[in-house]
Design a protein around this ligand. Structure first.
Ligand SMILES: Cc1cc2nc3c(=O)[nH]c(=O)nc-3n(C[C@H](O)[C@H](O)[C@H](O)COP(=O)(O)O)c2cc1C
Length: 181
């Protein structure tokens, strides 16, 4: 069961640098791609780098919206799969067994199997960033996370809160262990 996360702590869903699944909706078709180059740049501003070679970049350019979904370690193979095939002609939700779910504030879908979600709208007037550097700067307009795995931060002692951290290629480190401080 998911709960809404207040916007002023929503950056904590990705503060620790997990690999994410970026979902979009373009011309009525949902799509998803893996992304490691994603970071908060303010309490409710995020930056994602999506290569212009990827169909996802075109979807975001056209709609100005996307969702950052946080997968846990059980989705590793699906993350690699979503990062290895283009969604231009393939329905990756159907092919890789992911479930699109209605978001609160954007047209792009949430991915039900993920443990956290940031609904994002691209900041108007900053399109030069994507044209020049493949960067999308976006405002988080809604956030949610799996109840019991996120309080005011992730609870990585819970096995289901263990996120994936991209080491390169098909290798990942897992968030695990206790929180100190
Ligand atoms: C673990 C992982 C991380 C990735 N990170 C990024 C990223 O940060 N930015 C990017 O443009 N592509 C990244 N990719 C590659 C895209 O996910 C991949 O090119 C994908 O097929 C694009 O799908 P699309 O054409 O449906 O958008 C990553 C792939 C993997 C497996």
């Amino acid at each position: 069961m998911k709960k809404n996360v207040p916007l002023d702590v929503s950056y904590r869903l990705i503060n620790h640098g997990p690999v994410v699944l970026v979902s979009t909706l373009y011309r009525g078709r949902p799509n998803v791609c893996a992304a490691a180059w994603v970071t908060p740049v303010d309490l409710n501003l995020v930056l994602v780098v999506i290569s212009r070679e990827n169909y996802t970049a075109r979807c975001i350019q056209s709609t100005g919206e996307f969702v950052i979904n946080v997968p846990n370690h059980t989705l590793r193979q699906k993350v690699v799969a979503c990062g290895s095939v283009s969604g231009e002609r393939v329905d990756k939700f159907a092919r890789f067994g992911l479930t699109p779910e209605k978001a609160r504030k954007v047209g792009a879908p949430l991915i039900r199997e993920c443990i956290g979600h940031l609904e994002c709208k691209v900041i108007k007037g900053e399109e030069r960033l994507s044209r020049k550097y493949d960067i999308f700067l976006a405002r988080v307009v809604a956030a949610s996370a799996e109840r019991g795995l996120f309080s005011t931060h992730w609870l990585p002692r819970m096995p289901a809160a263990r996120t994936l951290h991209h080491l390169g290629g098909k290798r990942f480190a897992l968030l695990s262990g206790k929180v100190v401080g």
